[in-house]
Design a protein around this ligand. Structure first.
Ligand SMILES: C[S@@+](CC[C@H](N)C(=O)[O-])C[C@H]1O[C@@H](n2cnc3c(N)ncnc32)[C@H](O)[C@@H]1O
Length: 286
């Protein structure tokens, strides 16, 4: 079958099964073909009338079947674009989300303001997963000492591959239960996108529930278990006037702010995501 025919045929299958628009389905079908042909987009259209070999067609239909069953495209492709880079991913790490990208310029802004006279500036990405947050920061600020904390061994494997791919030398990896292995008052900035979904949540998207790792999603009865622990530990681990950046679920901002107040964090700022949801808090340790 010709490339153009395969693309057109799969668009309707993807949009019907996954419930996304035809244009989004077309982009997905293109990505699958590019993976099969191990080529880039511009080469694909040099000869759209080219036919796939039988082997290529078989491989394409395996990938398409996975997608039609709901497996996220990023997991099929094995990578996700985030900020300025491609991050390797698999079933052991959360797929980096575009809303998480929004917090990076804020962290860089605050980080620049306190790192200029500080040769010992340290920033922690707690619950690094693929490393999308910590490694993006490490790449933008080569002088920062970035510590990626993760407790899942399988996720750390992917994290290390991404560190190698991005050729970063200012990152260290710590396998730890949140911040428990860090010294008192040793860190300038902590950022975390922790698990924050209620364990029995009915609102979680089926594709997320079925395909993304539960250790990256769920955080107890009210979804706040990890956030509470990180706030408690940050109080001990942050230097005086250090900053804590937290991502939270769509309905948790008020409770996160209350916990921060309880643990004496000051200047609490809530930031919105693309959908105007209160998605992040930035606060300072007294
Ligand atoms: C929501 S994912 C975020 C991954 C990545 N930072 C991102 O934004 O895409 C949360 C991560 O926290 C890790 N995690 C869960 N519990 C942890 C713990 N007790 N200590 C350290 N990391 C933990 C999970 O394994 C997962 O990789």
């Amino acid at each position: 079958m010709k490339i153009s025919e395969i693309l057109n045929k799969s668009v309707s299958q993807i949009s019907n099964n996954i419930g996304i628009s035809d244009s989004a389905s077309y982009i997905e079908a293109e990505h699958l073909i590019l993976k099969v042909l191990k080529t880039n987009r511009s080469s694909l259209y040099i000869d759209p009338e080219r036919s796939l070999t039988i082997k290529e067609e078989k491989y394409f239909s395996i990938l398409l079947k996975k997608r039609l069953k709901g497996k996220p495209l990023a997991q099929i492709l094995g990578y996700q674009d985030f900020y300025d880079d491609k991050f390797l991913i698999n079933d052991d790490v959360l797929i980096p989300r575009s809303e998480t990208e929004l917090i990076l310029p804020e962290i860089i802004k605050y980080g620049d303001s306190i790192s200029s006279n500080n040769s010992n500036f340290k920033i922690v990405d707690a619950g690094s997963g693929s490393g999308c947050i910590g490694l993006s920061l490490a790449k933008k600020r080569l002088k920062w000492d970035v510590i990626c904390i993760e407790n899942c061994f399988k996720a750390i494997k992917i994290l290390n591959l991404n560190i190698k791919n991005l050729k970063l030398e200012n990152v260290s990896v710590l396998q730890s239960d949140w911040l428990s292995s860090l010294r008192d008052e040793s860190i300038d900035i902590i950022i975390s996108n922790p698990p924050y979904i209620e364990t029995d949540s009915q609102e979680i998207d089926d594709n997320v529930k079925n395909f993304e790792p539960s250790h990256a999603l769920y955080a107890g009865k009210n979804g706040l278990k990890s956030i509470l622990k990180i706030i408690q530990q940050s109080r001990r681990v942050l230097k005086k006037n250090g900053y804590l950046f937290l991502e939270n679920g769509f309905n948790q901002s008020k409770q996160v702010t209350q916990i921060l107040c309880k643990y004496n964090f000051k200047d609490i700022n809530v930031l919105l995501d693309y959908n105007n949801i209160q998605r992040f808090t930035v606060s300072q340790r007294y």
